[in-house]
Design a protein around this ligand. Structure first.
Ligand code: LIP
Length: 270
């Protein structure tokens, strides 16, 4: 089994290469290649090219590992490791030219299921501003090589909280109602549009907390490790690990104050 440092080096190399491809395609102009779960849930040709680049590079470096990507789906491996990849997280931002999108590459041990996997290493690259977030299990989290640590002791009423909304309009309306209840209890809310960057912002202290319901595994696989390794508490609905039902990430003291509000808001969501 390779070391976490060796796995992180692979994640970082392929994320950087894919990030540069995405940046070049963005400069050349981006078009929608297809829509997925709804008209607003788009995929661009760059998403597909980015994932192809990552998948081929990982297959060359780690031929026996599994792969689980947003655009090309999954392939089982024999090594016990799986690469969980969002080729461009923040696709709508990318399409509109908003410089908040990222390539997210993580490697997990066990099944590609957030409820059971063990994340060993991850990299999140925002090619629009050159920011590279990395983490390995037990190795800490870094932004462009500088170690990250979450803020401490932020009180709820002074917390800057990130969140996001799904591609289904009816779900967005319900999610917005929850934000409407929360916004008066915190400093303010931010909707950045890329879960991987939201989680990295918690790690970097640029957000005090982040929560969202409805994410795919590839949206949070790397970002959750980066947040945890920076000292954040990360969890899901009830006592579950983070997954599509819910992710909540915050500095530990704030998590204790904020999580009960979010759990109550999502407890009866069916
Ligand atoms: C996005 C997430 C974001 C969420 C968006 C979308 P995508 O992922 O990163 O947090 O609010 O609705 O799901 O689709 O850009 O890879």
């Amino acid at each position: 089994m390779p070391s976490n440092a060796e796995l992180l080096a692979i994640a970082l190399t392929v994320a950087r290469r894919a990030g540069e491809l995405a940046r070049q395609r963005r400069e050349a102009g981006v078009e929608v290649a297809a829509s997925k779960s709804s008209l607003s849930d788009i995929v661009t040709q760059a998403d597909r090219e980015s994932e192809n680049l990552i998948r081929q590079a990982i297959a060359a470096a780690r031929p026996n590992d599994g792969f689980f990507g947003e655009e090309s789906g999954g392939a089982e491996g024999t090594s016990g490791l799986t690469w969980v990849v969002d080729p461009i997280d923040g696709t709508v931002n990318y399409f509109y030219g908003i410089p908040s999108y990222a390539v997210s590459v993580a490697v997990v041990e066990g099944d590609p299921d957030p409820l059971t996997w063990r994340t060993l290493a991850g990299a999140v690259v925002n090619p629009a501003n050159g920011e590279v977030y990395t983490a390995s299990e037990g190795g800490g989290a870094h932004l462009n090589g500088r170690q990250l640590r979450v803020k401490e002791n932020t009180e709820l009423e002074l917390a800057l909280v990130g969140t996001g909304f799904g591609y289904d309009a009816a779900k967005r309306v319900r999610q917005a109602r929850i934000v409407a209840e929360l916004i008066g209890k915190v400093r303010d809310v931010r909707r950045i549009g890329a879960a991987s960057l939201d989680l990295c912002n918690v790690a970097a202290g640029r957000l005090d907390a982040y929560y969202e319901r409805g994410l795919n595994p590839w949206d949070h696989a790397a970002g959750a490790l980066i947040a945890r390794e920076a000292g954040a508490t990360v969890g899901g609905l009830g006592d579950a690990r983070e997954n599509d039902e819910l992710i909540v990430a915050a500095q530990p003291g704030l998590f204790t104050q904020l999580n009960p509000l979010i759990q109550a808001a999502y407890a009866d969501w069916v």
